[in-house]
Design a protein around this ligand. Structure first.
Ligand SMILES: *Cc1c(COP(=O)(O)O)cnc(C)c1O
Length: 413
């Protein structure tokens, strides 16, 4: 295996971009070695600049749920691009997109933005404006993008780097973000009690997927709903990962708990940069131009991005059997990995968690490093961090699950 070209590109990139990357986890600091440079992707595979093929479990961090370069999405993008790339004015595509999202998820109104970070940042401001309160509750290890108030005990890249609290976040801003323990509703209840009438919103990843994957305990999400109701605070579900993945209706559908505001990203853009936040009509109507909470975006609702998102969501709605296949592959992968841990007598030091098409093999930072490199050498591309999920797409197959398990058994021996 030669990685000369990837190494050369990375060296050059480091001269002009901090760390050579546009998002920290891509630098491979947590797993060592040189990051792979991608030339193109198709279906379940990535191809690097040296023509090497990898079975991909990052899938653009879950955005590519239909597989890379899905033909329907690609055609929709090409058709939209033929009519111009951006207008900064209204289009019918935005209306379609808002309609399909409200129909699928049950949110009453929705607004488009350009990333998950932006969706969360906007939802948080809206919650504060609506409740006229400043404080927020989030969970330790919960990742909600990189806006100031959310970089407090955050997961994902922040956890990987070992610096959960970013420099540059004003202490006064961080002070309004209180943190509870995930799957421990009593820890959130204590924060509500200690701050009566001050909590604008509680935000949660319904399934934690940025500190490994942790599924909610029975009743946990319903308890959070009840706590928010008792305190006249808003419940925000950050469904940037779970939205359109745990089934069409996301975590709200899968767990039967309704949030007041919901944020989306990743899958809903079909691979283009799109996010959205939505929820109760009375809350959403507080946004400008109707209300006093300001929020805007030059490229929000971009016609090419809307076309990609529409194609993705339309296909997922038209073919609900996709979810059965995705979830079966998830079950096989999780079950197989658990068996491998047992066989390798690693069950004390390691666990497998996840649900639907999300999976995480947790073996600890040091062991993961070696595991990642061995899997890479077998042509399997895992997240370059222990704290991220494996994402299965509709382009993956059962045979590939078995191939992956076989490689994993060898890599963990
Ligand atoms: C990825 C992610 C975000 C941030 O989305 P970006 O598009 O990367 O800004 C927010 N919340 C969750 C749960 C995420 O997984």
């Amino acid at each position: 295996m030669t990685t000369r070209r990837s190494e050369d590109l990375f060296e050059q990139a480091k001269q002009v971009t901090p760390g050579g990357v546009n998002s920290p986890v891509r630098a491979f600091h947590a797993v060592g070695g040189n990051p792979v440079y991608i030339d193109h992707a198709d279906g379940a595979y990535l191809y690097d600049v040296e023509g090497r093929r990898y079975l991909d479990y990052v899938m653009s961090w879950g955005a590519a749920i239909l597989g890379h370069n899905d033909a329907d999405i690609r055609e929709a993008v090409i058709a939209a691009a033929g009519r111009g790339l951006s207008y900064g004015a209204n289009t019918e595509a935005e209306l379609w997109m808002a309609r399909i999202i409200t129909e699928i998820t049950g949110v009453e109104m929705v607004r488009m933005v350009n990333s998950g970070t932006e969706a969360v940042m906007s939802a948080v401001r809206l919650a504060r404006g609506f409740t006229k309160r400043d404080k927020l509750i989030k969970f330790e290890g919960g990742y909600h993008g990189h806006s100031d108030s959310m970089l407090v005990k955050a997961g994902s890249g922040a956890l990987t780097a070992g610096t959960p609290d970013s420099e540059g976040v004003p202490a006064a801003v961080a002070a309004d973000t209180l943190t509870a323990s995930y799957n421990d509703a009593a820890s959130a209840a204590k924060l509500f009690e200690a701050n009566p009438g001050q909590i604008a919103a509680l935000i949660v990843e319904p399934v934690c997927a940025n500190q490994g994957v942790i599924t909610p305990r029975e009743g946990f999400l319903a308890d959070l709903r009840a706590l928010c109701d008792q305190n006249n605070s808003l419940l925000i579900f950050d469904e940037v990962i779970t939205g359109f993945r745990l089934g069409l209706a996301g975590a709200q559908g899968a767990y039967g708990v309704k949030a007041d505001l919901v944020t989306y990203g990743k899958i809903m853009g079909g691979g283009l940069p799109v996010g959205a936040f939505g929820g109760r009509g009375d809350i959403m109507r507080c946004l400008a131009p109707l209300g006093g909470v300001y929020q805007a975006g030059t490229l929000s609702g971009n016609p090419v991005a809307m076309a990609a998102g529409m194609a993705a969501l339309t296909k997922l709605r038209r073919e609900p059997a996709i979810y059965d296949r995705l979830n079966s592959m998830g079950d096989v992968l999780r079950e197989g990995l658990r068996q491998i841990l047992k066989d390798a007598r690693l069950t004390d030091a390691a666990t497998v968690d996840g649900t639907a098409s999300l999976c995480c093999l947790f073996v600890g930072r040091e062991r993961y490093r070696a595991f990642f490199q061995k899997m890479l050498s077998r042509g399997i591309y895992l997240a370059p961090s222990q704290f991220e999920a494996m994402f299965i797409s509709a382009a993956h197959t059962m045979d590939q699950m078995r191939e992956t398990l076989e490689a994993a058994a060898w890599a963990l021996k």
